[in-house]
Design a protein around this ligand. Structure first.
Ligand SMILES: NC(=O)c1ccc[n+]([C@@H]2O[C@H](COP(=O)([O-])OP(=O)(O)OC[C@H]3O[C@@H](n4cnc5c(N)ncnc54)[C@H](O)[C@@H]3O)[C@@H](O)[C@H]2O)c1
Length: 398
């Protein structure tokens, strides 16, 4: 049987472009024809496209014209224009996290530390609203590349919620590591914030998704967030921080720690931590406490494989796990990181959605809810943790 072909083009040629490409190579239910990539710096673009024998497009418009699906693997500040342009041409979009945000007023004096958070919330919601409107007018769909939703541990808990009819009482999630590699991360005008949006978006979206699933299973109505209490800190920018070189410290105007306490419409809650302050590799997990079971979803590290070496020189050519500082001693090896993180599964699901019209679990409503909670969180943090109501955009998860 011949498989249906989906033509995929990648906007961006950095870290996310690479893992989208790798995941697309392993899609099996359709033939993913990866046509090429576009990014503004020709030399870097060709470093990505050359070894992979991909076309280096001259413009984002040329890429959009040539494909069925546009992968948006570019800095957050560029997501909205690329997504809207692709949807206007009836293309599907797979857009990386965070969906969108507020990136300042374009003035050179813009400072992420000091702008009024009310304005950030208003503008971030407006941006998400424009993307949702563009989707309504398009034959293309938004697929929000929140890989946690497709991570096997999260998918398994989703099934458990459906089969047990459980009520989630409280959740406790975290995404942390020692700092993002991307040069544009850490400047609010590109990233739209720090740890709360850059890392917290992952466990937050998982928590929002679980409460949607719970509500849809038990009553047919998704349970949505209603308020947030949040705090942020910029530890590596404190004058008293003693830098020993193990954590990234080059953030200009964003936080490197965030705590979110999110309350849902049924009174239950999730506590989400996110930071750039954790050594020892990526720390990605969510614990779900329900009235009939408890799960701990360890995305990274997990104990699928553990390895020991007395000297890291032996593991020089061995990939162990994302962001570990040393390979010496005991390590929690991720034997197939793309599998555990959900990169593999999201790409399979998105290609199936594009080819056969299957439903999108991580859709534009989940993406917009995540933005709404996070920017209400920034307003709460400005008020030193006062509770702030979450305003959701129109639309409902199905
Ligand atoms: N899901 C995950 O686990 C995960 C991990 C890392 C990054 N991301 C997300 O992926 C996105 C990209 O991050 P990254 O780490 O790859 O950053 P990066 O800095 O490594 O790469 C960004 C790329 O975008 C290109 N670019 C910039 N402006 C562009 C434009 N207007 N049009 C086309 N290309 C443009 C740059 O030239 C570069 O090639 C971000 O939204 C980030 O949050 C997600």
């Amino acid at each position: 049987m011949t498989r249906k072909t989906i033509r995929c083009g990648i906007a961006g040629s950095g870290f996310a472009a690479r893992f989208h490409y790798e995941a697309l190579l392993r899609v099996f239910s359709v033939k993913a024809d990866i046509t090429g990539s576009y990014s503004p710096t020709r030399e870097k673009l060709e470093q990505f496209t050359g070894p992979r024998k991909l076309k280096a497009y001259d413009s984002i418009d040329d890429l959009i014209d040539d494909v069925d699906v546009v992968h948006v693997c570019t800095p957050p500040s560029t997501h909205e224009p690329i997504v809207v342009a692709a949807l206007e041409k009836n293309r599907h979009v797979i857009v990386e996290k965070p969906f969108t945000g507020y990136f300042g007023d374009g003035s050179p004096s813009f400072n992420g530390d000091t702008f009024p958070r009310e304005k950030g919330l208003r503008e971030a919601l407006a941006s998400a609203g424009r993307m949702l409107e563009a989707e309504k007018r398009s034959r293309g769909r938004i697929m929000y590349a929140e890989n946690w939703i497709y991570a096997p541990a999260i998918m398994k808990e989703r099934d458990m919620l459906r089969k047990t009819g459980a009520q989630i009482i409280r959740m406790h999630g975290e995404e942390s590591h020692s700092g993002s590699h991307s040069p544009s991360y850490g400047q609010w005008k590109f990233s739209g914030g720090g740890s709360m949006i850059g890392k917290g978006c992952h466990p937050l979206s998982a928590a929002l998704y679980f409460k949607q699933v719970e509500g849809l299973t038990r009553t047919g109505d998704p349970i949505r967030p209603v308020s947030i209490t949040a705090r942020t800190h910029a530890v590596t920018r404190m004058p008293g921080y003693i830098d020993q070189g193990h954590l990234r410290t080059s953030y200009t105007d964003v936080e490197d720690f965030a705590l979110m306490h999110v309350v849902f419409a049924d009174g239950t809650f999730a506590d989400i931590f996110a930071s750039e302050l954790v050594l020892g590799g990526v720390h990605n997990r969510i614990e779900v406490n329900t009235n009939n079971h408890r799960t701990i979803c360890n995305i990274s590290p997990n104990n699928a494989m553990q390895a020991y070496t007395p000297d890291e020189k032996y593991f020089r050519d061995v990939y162990i796990v994302e962001k570990t500082e040393t390979k010496q001693g005991w390590s929690s090896v991720s034997p197939d990181e793309s599998w555990f993180t959900g990169y593999q599964h999201e790409m399979e699901a998105f290609c199936r959605a594009a080819a056969f019209g299957e439903p999108v679990e991580s859709n534009s409503i989940l993406a917009a809810d995540t933005v709404a909670v996070i920017y209400a969180g920034y307003l709460s943090a400005e008020k030193k943790g006062a509770e702030v109501a979450v305003t959701l955009l129109p639309g409902r998860p199905a």
